[in-house]
Design a protein around this ligand. Structure first.
Ligand code: SF4
Ligand code: SF4
Length: 342
């Protein structure tokens, strides 16, 4: 086991945490099984969000009888203080607890501050005073907001996308968090499904001082990879380094992370999958992406209005319509190749 103190919170946790977004897609019984197996394997930090449908409820069902053994983080996407109080009470009820260790503002487009018109930070401070939350934190996909949060000194932890495909800008954020003693929670450690090998991803994360990845798992076999790392340690072998270099060559730069912040699209295009589908079909088993259903979704790209809304919202500055077009062209090529090879 590899214990780490999460920034200035004083919370000591296993360096590998669990992201509880994917458990929305499985039954409560399966989710509880997975969460208990994670706990038995050494994971004691769980990150969820009010916005992840029934994820909090499943986490609550798993850990209500052993609350003091786990560290729980959740998020609110509230825009006002009254919405935040409502979210907080719901989170406490669904998580079956009377306190939340790390309470995060969920990807706000600005950095909430004391005295702000939105009242969010003041409400969080009051909740902390009342003992309902232990630490005030923030998750984000925007570099500017992330920098502001670190510089403000107001937040215990920052949650941001981070994997071995990260560029200089993300590495700078991590460094700043280290320097200021702020915890760094890494979401999307598998780059939204583009990185296929959990052992390599985890071995690389071990080398990132101060970073706590929250691995999103839905299947037991995915969880097993991370539990193996906890049990046996994950070494960054030459073979794993070579795989990382190969992935970086193939994926670095302008790829869609699948975050979905550019949506909804007025033409009904499922941008967060369609703008990276060519990577998915070329890196993962292709069959599940070549179904009739996905072909229909790809046809939607023909209806793009070129309104530019997606581009203006993409935190990675991607030219989304261009990316969609490139994926569209490659997708039909892959489909034709797969039909030929049958
Ligand atoms: S430019 Fe196209 S893909 Fe982007 S939001 Fe507009 S219609 Fe949707
Ligand atoms: S285009 Fe940008 S905002 Fe949209 S899903 Fe991809 S990375 Fe996210």
């Amino acid at each position: 086991m590899n214990k780490i103190t999460l920034g200035k919170t004083g919370l000591v946790i296993e360096k590998n945490g669990l992201g509880c977004l994917p458990i929305q897609r499985i039954s409560e019984q399966d989710a509880v099984y997975l969460l208990h197996k994670a706990y038995d394997g050494g994971i004691n930090f769980y990150d969820t969000a009010r916005a992840y449908s029934d994820s909090e409820q499943k986490v609550g069902a798993a850990f209500s009888g052993m609350r003091d053994k786990v560290v729980l983080a959740t998020k609110t996407a509230a825009q006002t203080s009254s919405e935040m109080w409502k979210d907080l009470e719901t989170s406490l009820r669904t998580l079956k607890t009377d306190y939340i260790d790390i309470y995060q503002f969920h990807n706000p487009s600005f950095c909430p501050r004391p005295g702000g018109e939105d009242g969010l930070y003041d409400a969080a401070l009051e909740a902390k005073k009342q003992g309902k939350i232990r630490h005030i934190s923030l998750s984000n996909h925007r570099l500017l907001v992330a920098h502001e949060a670190i510089d403000s000194g107001l937040y215990a932890t920052l949650q941001f996308p981070f994997s071995y495909l990260a560029g200089a800008q993300e590495l700078e954020l991590v460094q700043k968090c280290r320097e200021t003693g702020m915890g760094f929670i890494a979401m999307k450690g598998m780059a939204g499904g583009l990185i296929r090998d959990g052992l390599t991803a985890s071995a690389w994360m071990q080398t990132q001082e101060g970073v706590v990845p929250i691995w999103g798992v839905q299947r037991e076999c995915e969880l097993d990879q991370f539990l193996q790392c906890i049990r046996e340690g994950a070494e960054l072998t030459d073979e794993r380094r070579a795989r990382i270099e190969q992935d970086r060559k193939e994926l670095r730069g302008g790829f869609c992370r699948g975050c979905g912040y550019c949506m909804p699209c007025p033409a009904g295009i499922e941008i967060n999958q369609c703008a990276r589908i060519s990577l998915m079909v070329r890196r993962a088993p292709a069959a599940e992406w070549l179904t009739e259903e996905w072909q229909q979704k790809m046809h939607q790209i023909e209806n793009c209005l070129h309104c530019g809304q997606c581009m203006s919202k993409c935190p990675y500055g991607l030219n989304t319509p261009e990316l969609l077009q490139a994926n569209y062209e490659d997708y039909w090529k892959v489909l034709a190749e797969s039909k030929k090879s049958k």
